[in-house]
Design a protein around this ligand. Structure first.
Ligand code: COA
Ligand code: ZN
Length: 315
């Protein structure tokens, strides 16, 4: 890719979510020190945003029950915003006490998934967000809110787009700056994504909109490209393609960060992320977690990682 080609594209901002979405579904306990080491390594790879953990009920997600120790143990970098996912006021208080830079509030567009995930109705979630927003405004912390199952629900099937945008409007009216549209179980397709991104950008500036895709049905990067071409600029992704919601049947990994960064490099879309560093870090995951991970580029190498020609090949 030459400089002229790459100059015509806007930067794609990647928020790394492996420490939160990636680890929340892992059956093997990851030691606090290992979580901190992973986040510290990610912090030096060029990310400007890392979702470093969640402050949810430890009974709901035992894998992330050490959120306080993780946030307090990580090395801070002036250029990196450390985000915490929170479901309720108690979670917001814990996140603020632990020094999170941004709170990511979550509810589902699907009433059924919200009850499975948050054990309450959408109305109850939204009402609780009012108290969180008031707390956040007093403390000066940044705010983002996610609409989960925005592109489809594993229980209800398709989700009315008007319902998704009514929630987006409610978030904005509450004073929440950032909004994430999440495809919790990989049900989105590129045409649907392009249409919904255009509708979202009628309401929000591009820097305030994040797309969160899972690769459950193999459409993750196709959806990224459709979203980018429709004007979206911020995407969640997880190292190694880890991730999944423990309360959504059939959930599987987020789009894989190194696969996304590799695609962007090949297309001349800048991300500011150090791909060799990311690949090296991704290759440490199987030993940490005790299983293979879905990402492709850490296995295949970059396009420029060439192989010696076998002796048997005729000249
Ligand atoms: N952090 C720590 N503990 C919390 C908590 C939080 N944010 N919110 C609630 N709790 C505790 C309560 O103190 C109570 O503890 P106790 O049993 O020792 O008294 C217990 O959890 C139940 O509290 P309650 O308010 O009745 O919660 P619930 O059982 O109805 O669950 C949620 C509601 C939202 C707390 C829970 O469903 C949850 O954490 N969901 C998040 C799931 C998730 O992370 N999904 C993936 C990311 S989208
Ligand atoms: Zn997710």
């Amino acid at each position: 890719m030459n400089a002229h080609e790459s100059a015509q594209y806007d930067t794609l901002i990647v928020q790394e979510v492996a420490p939160r979405d990636g680890l929340q579904i892992e059956p093997t306990w990851v030691e606090t020190a290992d979580k901190i080491a992973l986040i510290d390594a990610l912090s030096t790879a060029g990310f400007t945003r890392i979702e470093a953990g969640s402050f949810v009920s430890p009974k709901a997600v035992p894998a992330l029950r050490d959120g306080e120790a993780v946030f307090q143990g990580i090395r801070r970098h002036s250029g990196v915003i450390f985000v915490a996912l929170v479901p309720n006021l108690k979670g917001a208080e814990r996140a603020l006490a632990s020094g999170a830079d941004e709170l990511n509030l979550v509810m589902s567009a699907s009433q059924t998934h919200n009850r499975a995930n948050m054990r309450m109705s959408c109305e109850a979630s939204l009402e609780a967000f009012g108290d969180i927003v008031a707390l956040a405004k007093r403390s000066g912390v940044r705010l983002n809110a996610t609409v989960a199952t925005a592109f489809g629900c594993p229980f209800e099937g398709s989700i009315d787009e008007a319902r998704v945008f009514a929630i987006v409007d409610a978030y904005r009216e509450m004073g929440i700056e950032g909004v994430t549209l999440a495809d919790t179980t990989g049900m989105a397709n590129p045409r649907q994504v392009a249409r919904m991104v255009r509708r979202a950008l009628d309401r929000l500036p591009p820097h305030a909109l994040t797309l969160h895709f899972h690769n459950t049905r193999g459409l993750g990067l196709a959806n990224v490209l459709a979203a980018y071409e429709a004007g979206a600029r911020r995407f969640d992704a997880a190292l190694g393609g880890l991730g999944g919601c423990p309360f959504a049947p059939g959930a599987s990994g987020n789009i894989c960060t190194e696969d996304l960064v590799n695609m962007c490099e090949q297309m001349g879309i800048p991300t500011g992320i150090d791909l060799p560093k990311l690949i090296a870090l991704s290759r440490t995951l199987p030993a940490l977690l005790g299983h293979d991970v879905p990402g492709q580029v850490a296995k295949a190498g970059r396009n420029c990682d060439l192989h010696p020609v076998p002796h048997a090949v005729p000249a």
